[in-house]
Structure formats: structure tokens, C-alpha cells
Design a protein around this ligand. Structure first.
Ligand code: URA
Length: 187
């Protein structure tokens, strides 16, 4: 099945078409992982380009990370109206069918920044962003279990847009991400 022909879950009916990840898959060392595309992303076919995308960009400035050096993607590839979260079935199906293969193709990948609970749950199914935000942890790569990957988690940029207390924590997390990146060692 081709990516754009995917009809594996009900969420597909709301979407113009699935939105693929974006970036340089050969060079990207950092993956920015969100939940699912919004309306603007659905219209344009590109991840994180609407209001949440601008908040993401602001966070990246605080982190000293250039967006065009990252792989930008979502757990679920389809838009859902009114910012309703995709169903657990959709998130699981999309993760297994598309996301893990996508991550496996990023040969330089060393860090995943998970924004929000749905992105965090790809790596720690019972964790909550409220408890782990601003922290990084190493896990077995779900697509290559004998290798580890570092995951850093924060609040979703959309939540930061809606709530000023979350925004403060989100931006503070991005400063911690900058510190993590400063300390990172390269093979
Ligand atoms: N929210 C997300 O999680 N991803 C997008 O691409 C846009 C908004």
C-alpha cells in the first residue's frame, strides 16, 4: 500500500490526504515528533506549518536548533477536525504502519523530541508529559530493539499556545534541550 492511499483507520475520512514527515532523511540527527496534522497542515500537505508550527519554531529558537536540520513528523499522519485527538487505534496503526519505518530510514538519528503525550507514548506507553517534560531518557529503538535512542519530551506546542503556564514550561524545556544538545557527544 502506498502512503497516500492509506485507509487503515476512520481518521482518514476527515483528511485531504496523509501528511508525510519532512526533512533531510540522510542527514537529520534530530526528529521532532508531534501528534497529528492540523487544518493548515492538511491543506498544504506539510507538518507543523500552522500556528502550532510557529510555536514549534519559537521553541526551536530557544533550543538553538535549526528546523531545517531536523526531521519533522507526527505519530498519526491524518488531520482530525477541531483538534480532537486521533483514536488509540489510529495512533497505534499509524505508528506500526508508517512511523517506525520512517524513523528506521533516518540513519543519523540520535535524538527524538516528543511533543505531547501521544508522541511520548510511542516510547513510554504509561508516561505522562506532566511528569517527564524537560527530561531525556534512553530507550530501545522500537524499530531496532538492539539499539538505543535518546528521547526528550515536552508539552505539545498547541498546548503552549492555549495555556500560558504550559507555554512557560515549554520554553523552559527548550532551554534544557539546548543544554542537552551542548553536552551531546557525537560518534
Ligand atoms: N499539531 C501536530 O501535532 N502536528 C502538526 O503537524 C500540526 C499540529
Amino acid at each position: 500500500m502506498k502512503f497516500e492511499d492509506c485507509v487503515l483507520c476512520n481518521e482518514r475520512h476527515y483528511a485531504t490526504k496523509p501528511v508525510p514527515g519532512e526533512g533531510n532523511s540522510k542527514l537529520a540527527q534530530i526528529c521532532l515528533l508531534g501528534r497529528n496534522p492540523g487544518e493548515k497542515e492538511d491543506e498544504s500537505g506539510r507538518p507543523f506549518i500552522g500556528r502550532a508550527g510557529r510555536k514549534l519554531n519559537e521553541g526551536l529558537q530557544f533550543a538553538g536548533i535549526l528546523r531545517n536540520t531536523c526531521w519533522v513528523t507526527n505519530v498519526s499522519k491524518c488531520y482530525t477536525p477541531k483538534n480532537v485527538a486521533p483514536s488509540a487505534k489510529c495512533l497505534r496503526t499509524c505508528q506500526r504502519t508508517w512511523l517506525l519505518d520512517e524513523l528506521a530510514r533516518l540513519k543519523q538519528l540520535r535524538l527524538i523530541v516528543a511533543f505531547g503525550n501521544q508522541a511520548l507514548h510511542v516510547f513510554e506507553s504509561l508516561a505522562r508529559v506532566g511528569e517527564l517534560h524537560g527530561y531525556s531518557f534512553d530507550v530501545d529503538r522500537p524499530w531496532e530493539p538492539e539499539k538505543r535512542i535518546t528521547v526528550f519530551c515536552s508539552y505539545h506546542p498547541s498546548a503552549a499556545l492555549r495555556m500560558s503556564n504550559i507555554n512557560k514550561m515549554y520554553l523552559a524545556d527548550m532551554v534544557k534541550l539546548k543544554q542537552l544538545e551542548k553536552e551531546a557527544t557525537y560518534d
